[in-house]
Design a protein around this ligand. Structure first.
Ligand code: AMP
Length: 254
């Protein structure tokens, strides 16, 4: 099978609170408690890594690069991507909480340096639920974007993306280089096997910083408050339909 020459895929992967963890808001409301909580790769980013690896396995790409913007521990997230099958990693180190625009600026600098044919991101990070980074990156680079992808097919100088939209699907054809963001139904990510976890330790990971890339990550917003969802009121059992109708009338629903 013919490989599209020099087709690199850049996959941004974020370290977030594991999706099985019940998050707790810090006592001062400044954010969510992440100390001693299990952290994992953002689930939509696992789907992005899986898709990039499948495209490589199908001979449509020749290198998959995982990149994470975050603290030293984000290296674990990169190693997970490498264990799944990515070829190399880039850790852009910062201990600041970086907003989507900051991440997009870092990714723009890396895209200009690496020249990927595709950047595949998650549609959203499950911690901040922003759903912004891919779109901002497309705008900063002036590249086409296919968001909420449930199918990705690479052609010659183009990529066809089926998008999950309200009540159906939409198919768009984009000129490459392009940005794709993943939706849940795109694929089922593989688990890394133990031998591949061992092999991943030897794969190259470059370390850099936002400053070295010339990316401004200064914050544009301040979190004013974080709160738990409102507690649901306990329910009551009613003995009959007339009693239910009476209660609904009392509540002004009927
Ligand atoms: P968001 O706009 O924050 O919901 O994130 C959307 C996607 O952008 C994520 O699924 C990741 O692919 C990427 N992303 C966001 N923040 C980071 C980060 N700090 N490092 C790497 N990728 C990120």
């Amino acid at each position: 099978m013919e490989t599209i020459p020099d087709m690199k895929i850049l996959v941004p992967v974020k370290r977030v609170v594991d999706f099985n963890v019940k998050v707790r808001v810090k006592a001062d409301g400044s954010g969510v408690d992440t100390a001693s909580v299990k952290m994992s790769m953002n689930p939509f980013d696992e789907i992005a890594v899986e898709e990039a690896i499948r495209l490589k396995e199908a001979g449509k790409a020749d290198e998959v690069i995982a990149v994470s913007v975050g603290p030293a521990q984000a290296m674990e997230t990169i190693r997970t991507a490498l264990a799944m099958g990515a070829d190399r990693g880039i850790l852009v180190r910062t201990d600041e909480a970086v907003e989507p625009l900051g991440v997009a600026r870092v990714l723009k600098a890396l895209a200009e340096k690496e020249g990927p044919g595709l950047v595949i991101l998650g549609k959203q990070a499950i911690d901040g639920d922003n759903n912004q980074t891919g779109q901002m990156l497309a705008a900063l680079l002036g590249w086409a974007q296919g968001t909420f992808a449930s199918r990705v097919e690479i052609g010659d100088g183009e990529v066809t993306v089926t998008r999950e939209i309200d009540g159906g699907l939409q198919t768009v054809r984009l000129k490459t280089p392009a940005i794709v963001t993943t939706d849940l139904r795109l694929n089922e990510p593989r688990y890394a096997s133990l031998p591949n976890i061992m092999k991943a330790k030897k794969k190259p990971v470059e370390e850099t910083t936002p400053e070295a890339l010339g990316a401004d990550i200064s914050p544009r917003l301040r979190v004013v408050r974080t709160s738990e969802p409102a507690q649901r009121q306990a329910g009551i059992k009613l003995g009959s339909v007339p009693e239910l109708v009476g209660k609904l009338k009392e509540a002004g629903v009927l």
